[in-house]
Design a protein around this ligand. Structure first.
Ligand SMILES: [Zn+2]
Ligand SMILES: [Zn+2]
Length: 668
């Protein structure tokens, strides 16, 4: 028999359909679907997993969080447990005495590890595996799947070792540091503070930006803006740009303010070639998706769905260069029969000679591109949006340069120089296909040297310098890639994790007080600096290339962690106090109407939350709270009883505001 292991059920179903030419029988083993068919006298069974079916964890004696065991934890070997018991038992009953196993999981580190997990599990059942092969593909299309199964390769244990080392290292760092900081700040149970090898340096980036924003002091400056008119009104700025001296700007303004004409001094025209963007890597794809208002994690989910549907290629890739083997013409032919027919035909008849290319070139997967058109498949609105983005990007990379003209004009207004510039798209080419970029500017009327132009008005405008911009999810992912934080597969998940752990808000992307306290606490040790994480990331690549072993890498990471813990132990008291202060800050809901001290959200011994007065024990004022939902401060007090008003937000419902005092609520 041939047993094919796929990463998910949906890919198993599609692969079975393709390999069997549609003649597949759907079976069920327990609750696990299995796809069976006969081909060339062989029985094929195709099964889909749910990603990893093995979970790494520490032995039972470490389940309780205790300070004394932290240093033992660093060097403890984690144990492997089957996390998908149903799938494991289906595998057991499927495997006959002479199985030929083909691993057809996603082709990357994690996919290879998932395949090896299954192989090891099957070996445990004491079956001797006659043959073991690997099918590698970048898209679930007829052509790619048949090709992959005709040219089976070997399982790459170096690649799975790289994946496993990441699991072991992340488990150790996460467990040890999370436990340490939660114990030090006495935040246990559901309020524990999580720390992670990639998560924490990412959070540190957000905290650093937040501090820059808070430290920022706006400076006042002035601009002189003239509104001129030829055919239609347009603006020109004094060539000084920003004036910092009020007296100086007023003198100049007084000199020009009543002038009615401007003389054109110089017209400078330039023709520019604008090269289309490079093919999509995961990072640039996620960056573009977040511009469309789709969060990085959600965009990745949709891209995976489109991949499983066989519409787009594998979405996890660093590659920005189309491989020679990619059948670009074939894809264009398909797209010419889709709703992008106009764009596709334009590219077919009038495209660029060679597609654009980015800086990174890898050989595992091609850049993200469409592979098939949906025909009558119904896509959801968001799937449609992402599919369109991928199609337009692909078409743009094959389209001709856009040609534009920029014009810089300077004017004389009562002896002062003013400047303006205009932009005009002459040949849009790719810009007409990839319509997501904003226009770079507006066209100006035709003007000649020495010409006199009417001045409608001249304005003195006061303005202030702006604080640094916050990260967007897209720009944060780009920064993470630059610093080698995480991988193409994990960056969006890390941001989501920070949000789930309530360290950050998503819009705007900003850390809350606890996050700042945690990062401040960790500042002196290397765990929040990108360097250590980048070193480990590099080591994992070396394992994948067979140049380093899993054992050495894990041991080195344990040495690093031991050093980090030494620094942290030294500062334990300070860390605990600072986090507790930040926690109080974050959980203040207003002032106590009885004594004027702060009211704070706390947890009782039996883990129920309530609001207590920080004047305790002198003031015993306290209020019960709803146990579900996110509670925040409104800075308002109740007109009737002067108790703070709180906001309660349950998942999926609108937030509501109530008086904290239940008796007062009932009176209404
Ligand atoms: Zn009080
Ligand atoms: Zn009230």
């Amino acid at each position: 028999m041939k047993l094919v292991i796929c990463e998910k059920n949906i890919s198993a179903r599609r692969i079975a359909f393709i390999l069997s030419e549609g003649k597949v029988k759907n079976k069920k083993l327990g609750s696990t679907p299995v796809y069976e068919f006969t081909k060339d006298g062989d029985v094929w069974d195709i099964i889909g997993l749910r990603g990893h079916i093995i979970n790494l964890d520490y032995p039972k004696k470490f389940r309780q969080w205790r300070e004394e065991t932290l240093s033992d934890l660093i060097n403890e070997e984690p144990c492997k447990e089957v996390s998908e018991k149903g799938i494991a038992s289906s595998l057991k009953s499927l495997v006959d005495t002479n199985p030929f196993i083909i691993v057809a999981t996603d082709f990357d580190r994690e996919g290879e590890l998932i395949g090896v997990e299954v192989i090891n599990l099957i070996k445990e059942y004491n079956k001797n595996i006659k043959q073991l092969k690997r099918a590698k593909f970048s898209a679930i299309t007829n052509y790619e799947i048949k090709n992959a199964f005709n040219e089976l390769t070997e399982v790459d244990y170096n690649l799975s070792d790289a994946g496993e080392s990441r699991q072991i290292i992340d488990l150790a760092w996460g467990a040890v540091l999370t436990r340490f900081i939660s114990l030090a700040s006495k935040r246990l149970g559901r309020d524990f503070l999580s720390i992670g090898r990639v998560q924490s340096p990412t959070l540190a980036l957000l905290v650093k930006k937040e501090k820059e924003i808070r430290k920022f002091e706006p400076k006042t400056f002035w601009k002189i803006i003239a509104t001129l008119e030829k055919e239609k009104p347009f603006n020109a700025n004094h060539s000084e740009g920003q004036f910092w001296d009020e007296k100086q700007v007023k003198t100049i303004y007084d000199k020009v303010k009543d002038t009615k004409t401007a003389t054109v001094e110089k017209v400078d025209k330039k023709i520019n070639k604008e090269i289309p963007p490079a093919p999509f890597s995961t990072t640039t794809f996620l960056q573009s998706a977040t511009y469309l208002g789709i969060s990085a994690a959600y965009a990745m989910t949709i891209a995976e769905e489109l991949y499983m549907l066989g519409l787009t290629s594998y979405p996890r890739t660093d590659n920005t260069v189309y491989p020679k083997s990619l059948n670009i013409k074939g894809i264009l032919q398909k797209l010419s029969k889709s709703r992008f027919s106009k764009e596709a035909n334009e590219v077919i008849s009038n495209g660029r000679k060679n597609p654009t290319r980015g800086k990174k070139k890898t050989t595992d997967h091609p850049p993200i591109h469409p592979v098939e058109i949906p025909y009558d498949k119904k896509l959801t609105r968001d799937q449609e949006k992402i599919y369109e983005l991928i199609c337009r990007r692909f078409l743009a990379t094959l389209a001709k340069d856009a040609i534009s003209e920029t014009v810089d004009v300077s004017f004389d207004i009562s002896g002062e120089e003013f400047k303006t510039s205009g932009y005009r798209l002459i040949e849009p080419n790719w810009r007409a296909i990839y319509t997501y970029f904003k226009e770079k500017g507006k066209p100006l009327p035709e003007m000649n040297d020495g010409e006199t132009i009417d001045v409608l008005k001249i304005k003195l405008k006061e303005d202030q310098t702006k604080p640094p911009k916050r990260y967007t999810q897209g720009s944060l992912i780009v920064e993470m890639e630059k610093l080698s934080l995480g991988t193409k597969s994990t960056r969006h998940e890390i941001i989501n994790k920070l949000y789930m752990r309530k360290y950050i808000t998503l819009s705007p992307l900003a850390p809350n007080p606890i996050a700042i306290a945690v990062i401040d606490a960790l500042e002196d040790c290397d765990v929040v600096k990108p360097k250590m994480t980048a070193v480990l990331e590099k080591d994992m690549n070396l394992i994948a290339e067979g140049k380093k072993t899993l054992g050495d890498t894990v041991n080195e990471s344990r040495e690093m962690l031991t050093k980090v813990m030494k620094t942290l132990e030294r500062d334990k008291e300070k860390i605990g106090t600072n986090i507790r202060i930040a926690h109080m800050e974050q959980n203040k809901v207003g002032k106590c109407p009885k004594c004027g001290n702060d009211l704070i959200i706390m947890n009782s011994k039996n883990r129920k939350r309530f609001v207590g007065c920080s004047g305790f024990p002198d003031c015993k004022n306290a209020y019960p709270l709803p146990q579900k939902g996110y509670i925040s401060n409104t800075n308002n007090i109740c007109d009737k009883c002067k108790t703070p008003i709180i906001r309660v937000k349950n998942k999926g419902t609108k937030a509501w505001e109530i008086c904290l005092d239940i008796k007062c609520q009932e009176r209404k």
